[in-house]
Write a protein that binds this ligand. Sequence first.
Ligand SMILES: CC(=O)N[C@H](C=O)[C@@H](O)[C@H](O)[C@H](O)COP(=O)(O)O
Length: 242
Amino acid sequence: MPKGSNSSFNSLFHLLRGRIIVSCQAAEGDPLDDLDTLTRIATSVLRGGAGGLRAEGTTRIAAFRALTQLPIIGIIKTCDANGDVYITPDFRSAKAVVDAGADIVALDCTARRLTAPEPWTELIPRTHTELRRPVLADIASLEDALAAERAGADAVATTLYGYTTETAGIRSPSWPLLQSLLAHLTVPVLLEGHITHPTEALQALDMGATAVVIGSAITRPETITNRFVQVTRQTDIQPSSK
Ligand SMILES: CC(=O)N[C@H](C=O)[C@@H](O)[C@H](O)[C@H](O)COP(=O)(O)O
């Protein structure tokens, strides 16, 4: 796939139109946090029809690259002492992601990173010119998304909705946010985060999202099991008389 021009950047997102992208990640300490295990999960979701992958860390990106020519969104995640998550926060991480084989670099484009030593307003143009890759802006609000588009982001994803101070603790997709992103942006919009049911993916695509990114609901048995457990615990189950 040709790299390095706006038209090739656009064609990558065109390739993803209407597709399910699966984020194959495991948190540190998760029993699935193992390269071979995550590679098997990635193989499995590709067999299931995923149109692309989202991967964290250079070894995982490189391993997934060997599995597929479909688009890979690459990130490096860091966590601060408060547990706040930052996605590909500097040029060094962006370069490592590209060197490992990612087609698209996702950058944390939330307002809280505007005052960081390497703000994304600088990282976006550097990713284009020095790394020759498109940028997916991970945002948490319409304001983030508008600013990211102005700074040259090639697409936006709602990845960080639920993970900033203003949105902390929210664990369901925001349909009003998706609607306003679609109304105000010209770049492709991806719904990412908190999707638990296929009907939500369909709703997002019907509304006009270019693609949806799903992680936990597909790749994390712990989370999936816990959802069942929570629901069944809430039910007042009568013991069987048999
Ligand atoms: C906030 C953060 O670190 N999000 C990460 C971004 O790469 C992933 O851990 C998520 O799995 C991904 O965004 C998909 O979301 P969900 O797992 O809710 O389907």
